[in-house]
Structure formats: structure tokens, C-alpha cells
Design a protein around this ligand. Structure first.
Ligand code: 13P
Ligand code: SF4
Length: 306
């Protein structure tokens, strides 16, 4: 039986032999981050996908992330390491629903969180991620914004850009919606000296009580640079583990033990190994018209996000 370390070594050998770049979202387990060429938040992964020199990309994340890579790099073979790994938020709004919203708000710029399907992106003006949303929305020359699908991230952006008028739908990330005001009260009582760092996908009642809100990468760099020694982390619990590796002298506590994305956790080391051997995972194929239409809002994101 192979040990974890032997399996990781075999993956490192195979990815070199097969010219594969492994991208891993920060919500992956630590042993997955260790075999990746690049790890980060959704925005970082999109930029890295376009820059990677390898001919093959293996995404350890969820489907919309692999789709984004394919949209940006059509000449590459792009694989999702577990074909079942979707994002429930990305599937909350159908094309017909968005068409109706656009008829209702015809003079609004449609801003889509990147956690959307490629099909839905074809109807949007610009994509954003949690780390780029405020900057991008500020740079949009229209002050009427239809923000889909996450109304919690949208509300957080709206607070920072009060001069613009936003319309939202009822959508959100089921993982972050687990976090409540009661969790916050309990965690603060348990760790009164800790700073609270949360993701803006949390409900406003949670984000409003935090010391910092930002993307996964934002949370990690805030904790690293801070002089504080203890932190309560309000996002997917893998970040708690990564931070413990990154800053062994500091202490990190999950805001709730329930903040686990089941879809992100479908990726395993053995799954990555099998995908590299062509025994598991899925290659992403995309119709060229769909790809070109879905690329427009992503290109706008990269342009406006800098
Ligand atoms: P970021 O990586 O952009 O912070 O997004 C978090 C997330 O939920 C990804 O699915
Ligand atoms: Fe989707 Fe939320 Fe999981 Fe991110 S954490 S992939 S938004 S369900």
C-alpha cells in the first residue's frame, strides 16, 4: 500500500512526465495544495490558468473553475479531477431567469460572480471574484448594477460603493450560509482575544461583526501580516489548516465546524493520481461559440481588475 508521501511523489513525477499544470483552490485539503503548481483564490486561479506554460491543466476545485480555465485557454487540455465537483451557487440561476431579470432592469450592467456556469456568463457584462469585486464595480462606468447570484457578496460590495444602485436576487453559497450570528457570539466567547476574519459570502449579520472580510487569499495574507496571535476564521475550514501550516506560531479556530464545502472535498489525492493516469476525472470540452461568448465578461474582469 502506498503512503501519502509516496502517492504525492508519484503525482509530482507524473505531472512532469505528462506536462500537466495542477491548479488547486485554497479550499482543497493541505495534501492537495502540496502537489499543486499554483494555489489561490478564484481570481488568482483564472489569471494563472492563462499564464501556465504547460499544455495540460488539472483543476483541483469545482466545475466553474475548470470551465473558466478552458474559456481562457481553449488550446489546452483542461481536466476537472472529480466530475461530480460542482458549485451549488453556480447552478442557482438559469439562463431564462437571467433573461427575465435583464428585461426587468434593461439599463443595468450585469455583474456576475465568477461562480456561474459558462452558459450564464454569455448573458453577463463582467465577472467578478470576491477579491476583485469592489475594484471592478467601482470601475464600471454605469451606476446601476444587477449583481448575480450571491446577494451576500453583493451586499458587502454595495456597502463599499454607496454611490451606486444595486439589484440582487436571492442566491448564495450554502457552505458560508451555515455561519450565523450565534456562531460568532460563541466563538468570540471562547476566544476573546482573537480577531475574526470572514469571507464576504457570509450573511451580512456575520460580515458586519468581523474584524476583516475578504477572499480566501485576502484572509490568509491578513492573518500572516497581522501582529495578532489568534484568529477565528469564517470561511471553508481548510483555510484554518493552511493557516496553521503557514503561521505555526499563531492560533486559528474555525468560526463553525460546519463550514465545509462538500464539493471542494470531493477531490482526493488518489483522484488526482487516477486523473493523471486517465482513469478518472473529466476533460472539459466546450462549444466554440459558447466559449467566445462566455469569455467576454471574463476578459472584462481581467481588464477592469488589473
Ligand atoms: P474565492 O476563492 O474567490 O475567495 O472564492 C471562494 C469560493 O467560494 C470559491 O468557490
Ligand atoms: Fe460553491 Fe460555496 Fe463551495 Fe465555493 S464554497 S464552491 S461558492 S458551494
Amino acid at each position: 500500500m502506498m503512503t501519502t508521501r509516496e502517492l504525492q511523489d508519484e503525482i509530482l513525477r507524473l505531472k512532469k512526465e505528462k506536462d500537466v499544470c495542477i491548479l488547486a483552490h485554497a479550499y482543497q485539503n493541505h495534501e492537495i495544495l502540496e502537489i499543486a503548481d499554483y494555489t489561490g483564490d478564484s481570481y488568482g486561479l483564472s489569471k494563472q490558468a492563462a499564464a501556465a506554460p504547460q499544455q495540460n491543466i488539472l483543476m483541483c476545485g469545482v466545475r466553474f473553475m475548470a470551465e473558466t480555465v478552458k474559456i481562457l485557454s481553449p488550446e489546452k487540455h483542461v481536466f476537472l479531477s472529480n466530475r461530480e465537483a460542482g458549485c451549488p451557487m453556480a447552478e442557482q440561476l438559469e439562463v431564462e431567469g437571467l433573461q427575465r431579470l435583464k428585461e426587468q432592469y434593461p439599463d443595468h450592467t450585469v455583474v456576475a460572480y465568477i461562480n456561474t456556469t459558462a452558459k450564464l456568463k454569455t448573458l453577463c457584462d463582467v465577472c467578478v471574484t470576491s477579491s476583485s469585486a469592489v475594484k471592478i464595480v467601482k470601475n464600471i462606468p454605469n451606476d446601476k448594477i444587477l449583481f448575480i447570484p450571491d446577494c451576500n457578496l453583493g451586499a458587502w460590495v454595495e456597502k463599499q460603493i454607496p454611490e451606486k444602485k444595486f439589484q440582487f436576487i436571492q442566491g448564495g453559497c450554502p457552505t458560508h450560509l451555515f455561519l450565523t450570528r450565534e456562531d460568532m457570539a460563541y466563538a468570540k466567547e471562547q476566544h476573546p482575544d482573537a480577531l475574526v476574519l470572514v469571507h464576504p459570502e457570509c450573511r451580512p449579520e456575520v460580515t458586519d461583526l468581523a474584524d476583516y472580510a475578504g477572499s480566501t487569499t485576502g484572509i490568509m495574507s491578513f492573518a500572516e501580516k497581522s501582529d495578532a496571535k489568534e484568529f477565528i476564521i469564517g470561511t471553508e475550514n481548510s483555510i484554518v489548516e493552511h493557516l496553521q501550516f503557514q503561521c505555526p506560531d499563531k492560533r486559528f479556530y474555525p468560526l463553525s465546524k460546519n463550514c465545509i464545502c462538500r464539493n471542494m472535498k470531493l477531490t482526493t489525492l488518489m483522484g488526482v493520481y487516477n486523473c493523471l493516469l486517465g482513469r478518472d476525472g473529466e476533460e472539459i470540452h466546450m462549444d466554440e461559440t459558447l466559449r467566445r461568448d462566455a469569455m467576454r465578461p471574463i476578459e472584462n474582469m481581467l481588464k477592469l481588475g488589473g
